[in-house]
Design a binder for this molecule. Structure first.
Ligand code: NAG
Ligand code: NAG
Ligand code: NAG
Length: 510
């Protein structure tokens, strides 16, 4: 009996209760070229913020000003800068097919523009080589909400059109140095909610806002107009990077370039016409703000109407440059909301007020305040509906689910709740694909516990647990890591087996 057959015999004896049959699908129900991965981002993972020539990013400034609820920083985070070799080995053992991470712009180009930091170059080259040597696809995000502070200081970062030239030059370095090994480039993570966090609610650096829209009192900013300006500049920067890749690199490197949007599904709270319209408006503001220009060359009508002169228009030349500038759509997806109409305020408005809806995490919740609800229950069906909506509305472009995962204050290794969450959302991805959605990959957030942008170290998302009180930052597989591994390496045969059983199975094959 071969080792594999022996393994399956053992597994069939071991696995009690839920198995692949209960999950309703296996790895081989997805196309072979579909990729399953997991992700991290630079500031959340690397640490080593003042090492080897890295200059501060806007997140360093923000966390060191004590802006996080738990007063935490990413100074050490998961210490990935020192532990990436060990981590790639863990990814390989898990059976990860792809790894999504971001490059720290201020580590690679500490002045924001100009000279490349050789140590930064070396770190990313080593990481990429290690991934490639282990057969793991490389999916890189260029900007994951962590702008070099120096560009923030010099011209206000994304608020200035000057960002277009600097972002393009940074991308050029990345394409030139790393592009021969990179499958997929995402220019900007969560472009829509990113600018809201940065310039409307002040939840993210640079923490700008104006009364009454911020989560804190801001000394500078204008919540009514800055998010719209930043989004336009970010779209222009994205388009510039896309055309650079297309003209200079794509024919030899064969990679793809897309953008990432924060997504949630919205259901109408009631079937009243005003609520159905409010639900569509919510989608137009969330998706259409970004995908309207990228796919059709302009913002949705309802945004132009409600935002008016605060929405910076595109010239004809800009519109033509932006239109069609993406090979794929990346979405981050965690929950759904219920939406009802809220009459348009006549006074000063921000994005949420312009959207003119109330949203809540469940039918019975009170309306959430600024931003989406924070404790919405799991709703896998919402991901299926979002994927099908994107297909119908924006021309069936390839889509990657780039983040999906469950946060929890519970540090336990036996995270069966997370397995339930991930498997149900993977299942709804498959349903959307069976209905024709062009989905090409799924990435769990996160490969390991990280510094979380909204909650510091108070919320855990990792397949692997990280002990942040131990200076060595040891990693330990949660049950979800072992389950994901079983799904990927053994076609789901080990799904939902007990941790001890899966543990044994993994030891057998490694
Ligand atoms: C709205 O109508 C749909 C389709 O008829 C129905 O399935 C749904 O339950 C209704 N929703 C509410 C809140 O009444
Ligand atoms: C984390 O590390 C600290 C310090 O080494 C240790 O005291 C603690 O028990 C560890 N926690 C867990 C859950 O392993
Ligand atoms: C995976 O499992 C499914 C369902 O049991 C089966 O149909 C399929 O052939 C298996 N694929 C591989 C590669 O073993």
């Amino acid at each position: 009996m071969g080792a594999t057959a022996f393994l399956y015999l053992l597994l069939s004896l071991w696995v009690q209760g839920a198995t692949a049959a209960d999950l309703g699908f296996t790895r081989s129900d997805f196309p072979r070229e579909f990729v399953f991965g997991a992700g991290t981002s630079a500031y959340q993972y690397e640490g080593a913020v003042a090492e080897d020539g890295r200059s501060p990013s806007s997140w360093d400034t923000f966390t060191h000003a004590g802006k996080m609820a738990d007063k935490s920083t990413g100074d050490v985070a998961a210490d990935g800068y020192h532990k990436y070799m060990e981590d790639v080995k863990l990814m390989f053992e898990t059976g990860l097919e792809a790894y999504r991470f971001s490059i720290s712009w201020s580590r690679l180009i500490p002045n924001g523009r100009g000279a490349v930091n050789p140590k930064g170059l070396e770190y990313y080259n080593n990481l990429i080589d290690e991934l490639v040597n282990h057969g793991i696809q490389v999916h890189i995000t260029l900007h994951h909400v962590d702008l070099p502070q120096i560009l923030e200081d010099q011209y206000g970062g994304w608020l200035s059109p000057k960002i277009v030239e600097d972002f393009t030059a940074y991308a050029d370095v990345c394409f030139r140095e790393f592009g021969n090994r990179v499958v997929s480039w995402t220019t900007i993570d969560e472009i829509n909610i990113g600018v809201i966090g940065s310039y409307d609610s002040a939840l993210f650096p640079p923490g700008r806002c104006s009364d009454p829209f911020g989560v804190t009192k801001c000394t500078t900013g204008d919540s009514s107009i800055e998010p719209y300006i930043a989004a336009k500049n970010a779209l222009m920067a994205h388009a510039s990077v896309f055309s650079l890749y297309r003209e200079k690199y794509q024919h030899k490197q064969k990679g793809i370039v897309g953008i990432n949007i924060y997504s949630y599904w919205s259901y109408p709270l009631t079937n009243a016409t005003v609520d159905l319209e409010a639900t569509q408006r919510c989608k137009d503001f969330l998706y259409g703000w970004i995908l309207g220009p990228l796919v059709f060359g302009d913002y949705p009508q309802v945004m132009k109407k409600n935002v008016g002169s605060r929405l910076p228009p595109f010239t004809k030349v800009q519109s033509e440059l932006i239109k069609g500038s993406l090979d794929f759509i990346g979405i981050n997806h965690y929950f759904s909301v219920y939406v009802n109409d809220r009459p348009l305020d006549t006074g000063v408005r921000d994005y949420k007020a312009d959207m003119s809806v109330n949203s809540r995490g469940s039918r019975t919740d009170p309306p959430a305040g600024q931003g989406p609800p924070t404790d919405a229950p799991s709703d896998p069906k919402g991901l299926q509906l979002a994927l099908e909506y994107l297909k119908e509305t924006y021309g069936n472009l390839p889509i990657y689910v780039q983040e999906n995962g469950m946060g929890s204050a519970d540090d336990s290794l036996d995270d069966t709740g997370r397995i339930g969450y991930l498997s149900s959302y993977m299942g709804s991805t498959l349903k959307a694909m069976r209905n024709g959605a062009n989905v090409r990959g799924y990435f769990a957030w996160a490969f390991m516990d990280l510094f979380e942008l909204l909650s510091g170290y108070q919320s855990r998302y990792g397949l692997y647990r990280v002990n942040f009180t131990d200076e060595r930052r040891p990693r330990e597989a949660r049950l979800s890591a072992r389950w994901y591994s079983g799904f990927l390496k053994h076609n789901g045969t080990t799904a939902l087996a007990s941790r001890a059983q899966v543990n044994q199975a993994l030891n057998l094959v490694s």
